[in-house]
Design a protein around this ligand. Structure first.
Ligand code: ACO
Length: 324
């Protein structure tokens, strides 16, 4: 069978680091409050010349290099983002053109924090069907641009960044237990929860982008259940259990949500990759950024069984289980 095998990973962060202490100079908050409630210590904030397309492009170039591939090899680009440079054209086509790729297809996916896992799921359908050969899946967001910097209940939580993954269709024996590549993906959504985490505007309603608003407690209340549901779906589809995982790479929104989910699923703490302390919640970028950190420091290696999971605005939620 054809499976989508991960060939490389890369990431990019804005230059400017903003610590909790620095935020506390302009917002009524404290390092202690932020660390205790979220685990976040700092975040990166995009400057004037840093946008979703420039960060996404830098991450894509790093992933291509890591994969040993050139732009000519790529025939599918999927960019997960909620903060495109422009209403249109898509960030994916902008990155495609800057990479010098004039063949294949490129499009954006909008599933907020779950976008990268949605992107992996979509790429996997294209690659395993045989229609495309090699995909770049990019998760990028610059949520700082749509934050209300006077709302301390949201502005302390988010950061900017980008991560990218190169996945290639490769023939595998067809044994889910030993094959390399994406083994199963599960994507879900329920629009009834939309107002709990949303932007206050958009091109068709207000003509402006609006600002991010969130009922934090409501998001928290649903997060753990939704996350564990899609992970259990992955276990049901493959026969694997939490014991079998080498790494658990969750969306990095809040350390308390990650810890509760791992605890409920019986995933040992040493298998959980945590980067929310240094990146904050980077929305669609958080998982490929975390993968990049754990790959670069030598934790994630070929043959490892890796569970990706995310939940975010919509609500949307998703899991992807893969053997690196
Ligand atoms: N600094 C200091 N005090 C603050 C801050 C702040 N930045 N923000 C809120 N407070 C105050 C509140 O005003 C409140 O004060 P009060 O008791 O006098 O009214 C108090 O702290 C407690 O506020 P709560 O909202 O009850 O705090 P809670 O423990 O629920 O933590 C948080 C808030 C961190 C947002 C939490 O609800 C949460 O993590 N929710 C999940 C949301 C999330 O992570 N979303 C990410 C996007 S979605 C996703 O990616 C999954």
């Amino acid at each position: 069978v054809k499976r989508s095998v991960v060939l490389g990973i890369g990431s990019a962060l804005p230059k400017r680091v903003v610590t909790n202490a620095e935020l506390a100079q302009t917002v009524d908050t404290s390092d202690e409050w932020i660390v205790q409630r979220t685990g976040i210590r700092q975040r990166y904030i995009a400057g004037e010349n840093e946008t979703s397309s420039t960060l996404g492009l830098a991450a894509a170039e790093a992933a291509l290099k890591n994969a040993g591939k050139t732009p000519a090899d790529i025939d599918l680009i999927i960019v997960a983002t909620t903060t495109p440079d422009l209403t249109f054209p898509s960030t994916a086509t902008q990155i495609q053109s800057r990479l010098g790729i004039f063949h294949g297809a490129a499009f954006d996916v909008q599933a907020v924090c779950s976008g990268f896992v949605y992107g992996v799921a979509i790429a996997d359908k294209f690659l395993s069907s045989g229609s495309h050969k090699c995909a770049l899946v990019i998760g990028v967001d610059t949520l700082s641009r749509i934050l209300n910097w006077e709302d301390r209940t949201t502005c302390v939580l988010f950061g900017d960044g980008a991560g990218a993954m190169v996945v290639e269709a490769q023939d595998q024996p067809g044994d889910v237990k030993t094959d390399r590549g994406v083994l199963t993906t599960h994507i879900r959504s329920d629009g009834r929860h939309g107002p709990k985490l949303c932007a206050t505007g958009g091109p068709s309603s207000t003509g402006s982008v609006g600002v991010l608003t969130m009922e934090g407690k409501e998001v928290f209340r649903h997060a753990v259940g939704m996350i564990t549901d899609v992970i259990e779906d992955a276990y049901k589809a493959t026969g694997f259990t939490s014991e079998d995982l080498t790494w658990f790479v969750p969306h990095q929104a809040n350390k308390r949500i990650i810890d509760s989910s791992a605890d409920k699923l019986g995933i040992a703490a040493h298998k959980v990759v945590i980067t929310v302390d240094r990146h904050g919640n980077t929305s669609a970028a958080s998982i490929p950024l975390a993968l990049s950190v754990a790959y670069d420091d030598g934790r994630i290696k070929r043959g490892d069984l890796v569970m990706l999971e995310a939940m975010g605005g919509g609500f949307t939620w998703a899991s992807a289980l893969l053997r690196w």
